[in-house]
Design a protein around this ligand. Structure first.
Ligand code: SF4
Length: 146
């Protein structure tokens, strides 16, 4: 298994499904859609941190209260300027499909030529910045003027 994130209690997928009153299949769908990146054991069992649970709660809220669909949430995630957070150079940006070319979150859009191609995105400040994206404007406004 990947080395769990620091201070992480890991919740197995079945327990998480019960906690949220949704099916395991629904959680896997969110993963397939790039909305959540679970920790995986060597046996490919999925585990979720408290940060993942917060993200899942936000996803459910956006769907149930705001009427967003999964594609809409992906678009929200794609708006975060990863290149600013990571301090990517112009050369890095020019070689990265996540930069202005995709309406997918960077952890979906990136490729092997991306400066962070081999990084574990579940540990990245960009991915973790969206743990609670209910006020996306406040997240983005941090980078608009910087
Ligand atoms: S490491 Fe992953 S989450 Fe972080 S900026 Fe790169 S693609 Fe995005």
């Amino acid at each position: 298994m990947q080395t769990p994130k620091k201070d992480s209690i890991l919740y197995p997928i079945g327990m998480v499904a019960k906690m949220f009153g949704i099916s395991v299949a629904t959680i896997r769908l969110y993963e397939e859609q790039g909305l959540i990146l679970p920790q995986k054991s060597d046996g490919k069992h999925r585990y979720y941190t408290q940060g993942d649970l917060n993200r899942l709660a936000c996803i459910r809220k956006m769907i149930e209260e705001k009427g967003l669909n999964l594609a809409g949430i992906r678009m929200v995630f794609s708006a975060v300027p990863c290149w600013q957070i990571k301090g990517c150079s112009k050369k890095d940006r020019d070689n990265c499909p996540a930069y202005m070319q995709s309406d997918d979150p960077c952890w979906i859009a990136k490729n092997k030529n991306s400066v962070c191609g081999d990084e574990d995105c579940s540990r990245c400040p960009v991915y973790n910045e969206l743990e609670d994206f209910s006020n996306i404007k406040s997240i983005l406004s941090k980078y608009w003027l910087s």
